[in-house]
Ligand binder design. Structure first.
Ligand code: PBG
Length: 343
C-alpha cells in the first residue's frame, strides 16, 4: 500500500487514455500495484492420528487430513516451494474429547507431536498453532462451558497452559483463535516467564461468528458437537467493523506481534481498515467455506479455478494484507513457480 498522495488529477479524454497502460502483458506487469508471491502464503494443514496416511475432507475437495509420518514430508514440500509457514490443525479422536478439553494441555497430544515432528527437522519454516479448545472439547466450543455460557477468565487459564506446551514443543507462532478477552496479554506474560520471549503471537483479533467455518468443523470433527449453540457470544458480530479496530487495539496493547482477520474475502473492508489504522503485520484467513466454494465451482467447470484463486488472493493483497492463510497454498506456490519459469 502506498503513502500520501498528490491532489487527485484525473486528466481528460482523449489526451488521457487509461487503456494505454493495459495494452500489453509487459505493461500490465509494470503497472501492477500489488503482487502475490510465495512469501505471502501460510499453509493450514490438518493432522490426524489414524493409520491411513491421508484421509480426504469431504467438504473440502482436494484437502486431506495427514498422518504425522507424512506431515514431515508436507513440511519439506512447503520449504521447497518457499512457503514461509504452515499452520497445524489437529483432528482429535472423539474418545479423547471431553467437556473440559483436557487433551489440549497434554504435552504429548497430537498437536505437540506434530510440532515436534516438524521442529526436529530444523527447517526454515514457521510453525503456527491455534490456541483454542474446540478441537478438544466434546461440545465443540472454544472455551469452558458453565451453565450454558462459555466463560472467559477460567478459559484463559487453560489457554495459557495450551500455549505453553505448544511453545515448549517448538511452535514459533502462537495463534490464539478463541476470541476470549485478555488472552493475548495473559499468554504473552506466561510465555515470557517461561523463557519463550522469542515466540511470536499472531492474534486472531477480528474473528467473526461466520457461516464459512462449517467445512473446517467437519474436517476436525466438531460439527455435530456444536448443535447446542454457535459461537456468537465470543466471536464477533458480522455487522460490526469499528469493533474490529477495538479488538486489534487491545491485542496490540497486550503484545500481539501480528493480527489476523477471519474469514477473508467477505471481510476485505476490515483488513483495509486495520492495516490503515495500525500498520502492523495483518493477515487474512481464506477459510474452509471460501475454499469449498471456489474448489467446488471449479471442479464443476463453472469457473476457472486458477484464475479465481489467484484473483481472490491478489484481492487480499490489494486490501492491505501482508499474507494469507489458504488451503490453496501449495497449489498456488506451484503456479507461481511455473509462472516465474515461463518468463
Ligand atoms: C478454531 C478455529 C476455527 C477455524 C480456525 N480455528 C473454527 C471455528 O472458530 O469454529 C476455522 C478455519 C476455517 O474455516 O478454515 N477456533
Amino acid at each position: 500500500m502506498s503513502g500520501p498522495r498528490l491532489p487527485y488529477q484525473p486528466g481528460h479524454y482523449p489526451t488521457t487514455r487509461l487503456r494505454r497502460n493495459r495494452r500489453d502483458d509487459w505493461s500490465r506487469r509494470l503497472m501492477a500495484e500489488n503482487k502475490l508471491g510465495v512469501d505471502d502464503l501460510i499453509w493450514p494443514i490438518f493432522v490426524h492420528e489414524e493409520k491411513e496416511q491421508r484421509i480426504p475432507v469431504a467438504s473440502m475437495p482436494g484437502v486431506d487430513r495427514l498422518s504425522i509420518d507424512i506431515l514431515a514430508e508436507a513440511a519439506r514440500e512447503a520449504v521447497s516451494f518457499g512457503i514461509p509457514a504452515v499452520a497445524i490443525f489437529p483432528v482429535i479422536n472423539s474418545q479423547r474429547k471431553n467437556e473440559e478439553g483436557t487433551e489440549a494441555i497434554n504435552p504429548k497430544n497430537l498437536v505437540c507431536r506434530a510440532i515436534r515432528e516438524i521442529a526436529e527437522q530444523n527447517l526454515n519454516l514457521g510453525i503456527v498453532c491455534d490456541v483454542a479448545l474446540d478441537p478438544f472439547t466434546s461440545h465443540g466450543h472454544d472455551g469452558l462451558v458453565r451453565d450454558g455460557y462459555v466463560v472467559n477468565d477460567e478459559t484463559v487459564e487453560v489457554l495459557i497452559q495450551q500455549a505453553l506446551i505448544q511453545a515448549a514443543a517448538g511452535c514459533t507462532i502462537i495463534a490464539p483463535s478463541d476470541m476470549m478477552d485478555g488472552r493475548v496479554g495473559a499468554i504473552r506474560k506466561a510465555l515470557d516467564q517461561a523463557g519463550h520471549e522469542r515466540v511470536r503471537i499472531l492474534s486472531y483479533a477480528a474473528k467473526y461468528a461466520s457461516a464459512f467455518y462449517d467445512p473446517f468443523r467437519e474436517a476436525i470433527g466438531s460439527t455435530t458437537n456444536l448443535e447446542q449453540g454457535d459461537k456468537r457470544t465470543y466471536q464477533m458480530d458480522v455487522a460490526n467493523s469499528d469493533e474490529a479496530l477495538r479488538e486489534v487495539a487491545l491485542d496490540i496493547n497486550e503484545g500481539a506481534d501480528m493480527v489476523m482477520v477471519k474469514p477473508g474475502l467477505p471481510y476485505l473492508d476490515i483488513i483495509f481498515r486495520i492495516k490503515e489504522t495500525f500498520g502492523l503485520p495483518t493477515y487474512a484467513y481464506q477459510v474452509s467455506g471460501e475454499y469449498a466454494m471456489i474448489a467446488c465451482a471449479s471442479n464443476q467447470g463453472w469457473l476457472n479455478g486458477k484464475r479465481a484463486i489467484l484473483e481472490s488472493l491478489k484481492s487480499f493483497k490489494r486490501a492491505g494484507a501482508d499474507g494469507i492463510l489458504t488451503y490453496f497454498a501449495p497449489q498456488v506456490a506451484r503456479w507461481l513457480r511455473e509462472e516465474a519459469e515461463e518468463l
